[in-house]
Structures are given as structure tokens and as C-alpha cells.
Design a protein around this ligand. Structure first.
Ligand code: ADP
Length: 276
């Protein structure tokens, strides 16, 4: 168990297990075995590992979308039993409403969560603020199909942020983007996360990726997972200075950390590819 002074973890996983039951010809799968992890307020934690090691399962359990088979997950000391507005989720496939404009997509969560309590002018102000923050200030009237993949993902991020969640859960949000757009959005994400709030109020981010360099660039700590069953192999602190810009990627320490992680998951990654 990690201890940081006497600070209560924001998110705490204790011996969390997940078994998906057998269905038809498919056997039961132990997606996750006895995972324990403390994540602290304002931390940016990346979970990295090969396909099938249980990354999405962990994230969905923290989101309250999937129920653990055993163990406990708490948020600020309270059990996670269902989704909640204090946890915003961003998925790989944008999950935007195609029939709504960018502005309406961002407003959607706000409008329904607040049940009309936030007056329209304040709602509009907040939506504009988050659109500006993610660099979409000028395209609020467009529809998702009129946007590039990178812009759609910016929109999904703005929608999650508009609810002002304390925790941002991101499941491979940049995986569908081309390599250059991914690099740009990694830097943008760090800028938004680092500048939007003071350190005392900074959002806690759990970010799933299979990209080792992405994890090292973004994270305070990288949780390295292996599969069959999914479990934590190691947790690395990323001792690269912040704020981080593109130049960090050329630092020898950056490369060393990437190599260390690759050595940890290399055999598993080969096996995952062989399994298809
Ligand atoms: P990752 O995100 O690392 O690729 P997942 O959490 O998606 O891993 O999956 C972990 C394991 O659990 C895999 O073997 C996967 O096939 C299995 N799994 C995931 N979701 C389900 C489900 N709903 N039903 C049955 N098995 C599942």
C-alpha cells in the first residue's frame, strides 16, 4: 500500500477482482486479479499494458459502469457503486451525439445534470469557456461529422469538463487519431490539466493507453499491467519536470523510462499479438 503522508487517497482500489462469467462457448474470464492502488488528488496516472490486460475494466469499475467481483473501490473514502457527476469519462470513440452541434453536445451534460438549476446565460458562458479551453471556440455550430477526429475528441473532452468533474477517466482517448494529432493533443491535454486549476483543486486523471511514450509523457505515475489474469506488474514514478513540452520527448530520461516499461511488458505484448 502506498502512503503519502497521511493524505486520504482520492481513489482507492483494494484487492479488486473482476471475473466475466462464461457466455455461450466463451469461458469465464478473470479480467483482473487482486489489484490494489491508491491514486491521489491532482495526480495524473496512466495505466499501460498490452491488449486484454484489464485496463478498460479497471477504468469502467472506477467509473461505476462495471461492478467488481471482489474487493473494494472508494472515491474520497466512499464506495463506488454507480456512475457519478464527479467522475467524467472520455472514451476512444468520442461518443458524441451526431444530431447535436458541438455546442449542444457540450451543453448536454450540464443541462441534464443541473436539472435546469443553472440559468441559460450561465450555461452558455460555461459552454463557451470549455469550448475556448479546448480550442473549439469558433466551431460551436458545427456537427460532429464536420469535424476531424482530433476536433471530435476535443469536443468529447469539453463535454466531460463542462460538468467540472473532480476525476477525469480517459479510455484510450487519443488512440484513434493520427500520430501527429495525437502528439498535439497530448500537449494540449497537459496544458489544460495543468493550467485550468490550482494544484489544490487540480483534477485527478486516470488515463488508459497502450502507448508507452504517451504514458511517460503525460503521467506522474505509470501503472504497468500484464495479462492472464490482468494484474499490476509495477508502478513507476515519472521524474520528468513539469510543465512538459515536446522537448521532453528527446530527453534521455524519457527514453530510459520508455525502455524500462517496454522490457516489463515485452513478452506479454508479443503474446497478445500472437493471440490476436
Ligand atoms: P484492455 O482494456 O487491457 O484491452 P479489457 O479490460 O478490455 O482489457 O479486457 C480484459 C479481459 O476481459 C479480456 O480478456 C477481455 O476479452 C475480457 N472482457 C472484457 N470485457 C468483457 C465482457 N463484457 N465480457 C466478457 N469478457 C470481457
Amino acid at each position: 500500500m502506498e502512503v503519502r503522508g497521511c493524505v486520504t487517497p482520492k481513489i482507492c482500489l483494494r484487492e479488486v477482482r473482476k471475473q466475466y462469467p462464461a457466455r455461450g462457448v466463451a469461458e469465464a474470464t478473470t479480467a483482473l486479479a487482486d489489484m490494489s492502488l491508491d491514486i491521489f488528488q491532482g495526480e495524473f496516472v496512466c495505466i499501460v499494458g498490452p491488449s486484454g490486460c484489464g485496463k478498460s475494466t479497471v477504468l469502467n469499475m472506477i467509473a461505476g459502469l462495471v461492478e467488481p467481483t471482489g474487493g473494494a473501490i472508494t472515491l474520497d473514502g466512499e464506495p463506488v457503486l454507480a456512475p457519478g457527476a464527479e467522475r467524467g469519462v472520455v472514451f476512444q470513440d468520442y461518443a458524441l451525439f451526431p444530431w447535436k452541434t458541438v455546442r449542444e453536445n457540450v451543453e448536454f451534460g450540464l443541462r441534464y445534470r443541473s436539472k435546469g438549476r443553472v440559468p441559460k446565460p450561465e450555461r452558455e458562458r460555461r459552454v463557451q469557456h470549455y469550448l475556448d479551453l479546448v480550442g473549439l471556440g469558433g466551431v460551436g455550430r458545427k456537427y460532429p461529422h464536420e469535424l476531424s477526429g482530433g476536433m471530435r475528441q476535443r469536443c468529447a473532452l469539453a463535454r466531460a469538463l463542462a460538468n467540472d468533474p473532480q476525476v477525469l477517466l480517459m479510455d484510450e482517448p487519443l488512440a484513434a487519431l493520427d500520430a501527429q494529432t495525437r502528439l498535439v493533443l497530448q500537449e494540449e491535454l497537459l496544458r489544460i490539466w495543468g493550467e485550468e486549476k490550482s494544484p489544490e483543486e487540480r483534477r485527478t486523471v486516470v488515463f488508459i493507453t497502450h502507448g508507452i511514450d504517451e504514458a511517460v509523457f503525460l503521467a506522474d505515475r505509470v501503472v504497468v499491467m500484464t495479462r492472464h489474469p490482468g494484474r499490476i506488474k509495477n508502478v513507476l514514478s515519472v521524474d520528468l519536470p513539469r510543465p512538459r513540452g515536446g522537448a521532453v520527448r528527446t530527453a534521455s530520461r524519457f527514453q530510459t523510462l520508455c525502455d524500462e516499461i517496454w522490457q516489463m511488458i515485452r513478452d506479454d505484448a508479443y503474446a497478445a499479438v500472437a493471440d490476436g
